[in-house]
Design a binder for this molecule. Structure first.
Ligand code: FAD
Ligand code: NAI
Length: 468
């Protein structure tokens, strides 16, 4: 005997659990399957991604502010000390609280949670190998929401102790003296920042000639300058060719990306952060005939896979590997299943790097607009001229607004600055409404706030920035 469902979701990360909530809301009989050993829901994001990394970024930032800025602000402290154990514990508490929250949401929306590894047996049948034995479910729809995993680097084997992925870098028991980060992308810069603030020397080795290579070029350049000022070392256009571990640490060999003399870096810990790849192993895609592309992403058209009734969402399909994109995929996919008009506009998915200052971006970069031959105008405003940023002694960074030269429609907004991740929401809304830079420029913004810098940058598109 098997049970009959409307929707069975494999994977309980942001894509899967949000799909489950929406399915519950729409009255679909829904089950969600999760194989994580910890038995916690929430996927990469809640367990070993967004949430624990932000918990450490927040705490380590406060530590650095207390250490470096309190005195100048007139706050006297004595005997400031790092209690790393407690800092890691408060991170784990944040994860615990939020994963419990997802469990609650599953109950609230009448979603059945099944622990174990899901395997597609056929287009309408899923087998679960779980702690309580095997079980099979019959279902009208399967949603694959199995997420992504760390891309390995040949020759630099992750041992979870000295050579770690992001998961290990969320849990170092001691601050490493020297941490080498391979990959100057989001994970490398966020987690590199955490350990630098706590006392590590941090060297970032990046294959390309710039960090954050998908971001606007001006953003990458200025942000690298800021991080350098904070003490991060960079080796750009470089590749790690091998790693040897011993009790004394890790011996890394590095070469120029285009070939040349080998250099050696001796360090205590290595973080491999060269990207993530879709996680579809053991899922039985071949049983149902679900097609993947060359890089292993499940091929979809509006979340429909090559097999009727089998859908895929989140990090295991193409598009930005971000939790909020995964969440939107989940909602849209279920709405399509329910006969509604589900859609996600990938052109307005914002990206945020949660460093200090933050980096936030939505839409096209200047490089993309040039490549595509789009005529555009740019307006820019530095935080050094923003009253709130100046008052708070947080003047690094700028806002850049890119708009169509003819229609003034906003095509991209790029921000380096404190709270950039919050500021970008305005740009996302304007872009979703097909708004113009003038719409931002003529909208009243509260004073004194950093959001005034967004307005001033928008004014700059038509050349009437007033406060710089
Ligand atoms: P996942 O969250 O990976 O969830 C997939 C789930 O499926 C997993 O729990 C897995 O165990 C389960 N699963 C896989 N196969 C099976 C199977 N066969 N049976 C049952 N279960 C299965 N994104 C942001 O937007 N903001 C951030 O700040 C951010 N920070 C990050 C920091 C780090 C260190 C990392 C690694 C990632 C970060 N991300 C961030 C990315 C974000 O975590 C992912 O984009 C997001 O989790 C993708 O959601 P998902 O549901 O597609 O997959
Ligand atoms: P990434 O794609 O952001 O960066 C990887 C970097 O490694 C790139 O700069 C790339 O050029 C470089 N690289 C690739 N191969 C290399 C090699 N052999 N040697 C040296 N450098 C090499 O990937 P990352 O940082 O691992 O993050 C994975 C995903 O997780 C990202 O795509 C992002 O979407 C998501 N994420 C999002 C966060 C956020 O939204 N704040 C935070 C952390 C992760």
């Amino acid at each position: 005997m098997t049970d009959q469902y409307d929707v069975v979701i494999i994977g309980a990360g942001p894509s899967g659990y949000n799909a489950a909530i929406r399915a519950g809301q729409l009255g679909l009989k829904t089950a969600i399957i999760e194989k994580r050993e910890s038995k916690k829901l929430g996927g990469t994001c809640l367990n070993v991604g967004c949430i624990p990394s932000k918990a450490l970024l927040h705490a380590s930032q406060l530590y650095e502010i207390a250490e470096k800025d309190f005195e100048g602000l007139g706050i006297a402290t004595g005997g400031l000390k790092l209690n790393l154990k407690q800092m890691l514990k408060q991170k784990d508490d944040a994860v615990e609280g939020l994963t419990k929250g997802v469990e609650f949401l599953m109950k609230k929306n009448k979603v059945e949670v099944i622990l174990g590894a899901g395997e597609i047996v056929a287009a309408n049948r899923v087998r679960i190998a779980g702690p309580d034995g095997d079980r099979e479910l019959d279902t009208k729809n399967i949603i694959i929401a199995t997420g992504s995993e760390v891309t390995p680097l040949p020759g630099v084997e992750i041992d979870g102790k000295q050579i770690v992925s992001s998961t290990g870098a969320l849990d170092f028991a001691n601050v490493p003296d020297h941490l080498v980060v391979i990959g100057g992308g989001v994970i490398g810069l966020e987690l590199g920042s955490v350990w630098r603030r706590l006392g590590a020397k941090v060297t970032v080795v990046e294959f390309l000639d710039r960090i954050l290579p998908t971001m606007d070029g001006e953003v990458s350049k200025q942000f690298q300058r800021i991080l350098k000022k904070q003490g991060v070392d960079f080796k750009l256009s470089s590749k790690v060719t091998g790693a040897k571990t011993s009790e004394r640490g890790v011996h890394l060999t590095v070469e120029p990306a285009n070939g040349g003399d080998e250099q050696v870096i001796d360090c205590n810990a290595v973080l491999v952060a060269i990207g993530r790849r879709p996680h579809t192993e053991g899922l039985g895609l071949e049983n149902a005939g679900v097609k993947t592309d060359k890089r292993g992403f499940i091929e979809t058209d509006h979340f429909k896979t090559s097999v009727e009734g089998v859908w895929a969402i989140g990090d295991c399909i193409t598009g930005p590997m971000l939790a909020h994109k995964a969440e939107d995929d989940g909602v849209a996919c279920v709405e399509l299943i329910a006969g509604k008009a589900g859609h996600v506009n990938y052109d307005t998915v914002p990206s945020v790097v949660y460093t200090y200052p933050e980096v936030a971006s939505v839409g096209k970069t200047e490089e993309q607009l040039k490549d595509e031959g789009v005529e555009y105008k740019a307006g820019k405003f530095p935080f050094a001229a923003n009253s709130r940023a100046k008052t708070n002694h947080e003047t690094d960074g700028f806002v850049k607004v890119l708009a169509d030269a003819e229609t003034d429609r906003v095509l991209g907004v790029h921000i380096v600055g404190v709270e950039a991740g919050e500021l970008i929401a305005e740009a996302v809304s304007v872009m979703e409404f097909g708004g113009a830079s003038e719409d931002i420029a003529r909208t009243c913004h509260a004073h004194p706030t950093r959001s005034e810098a967004v307005r001033q940058a928008a004014m700059g598109v038509e050349g009437w920035t007033m406060q710089a």
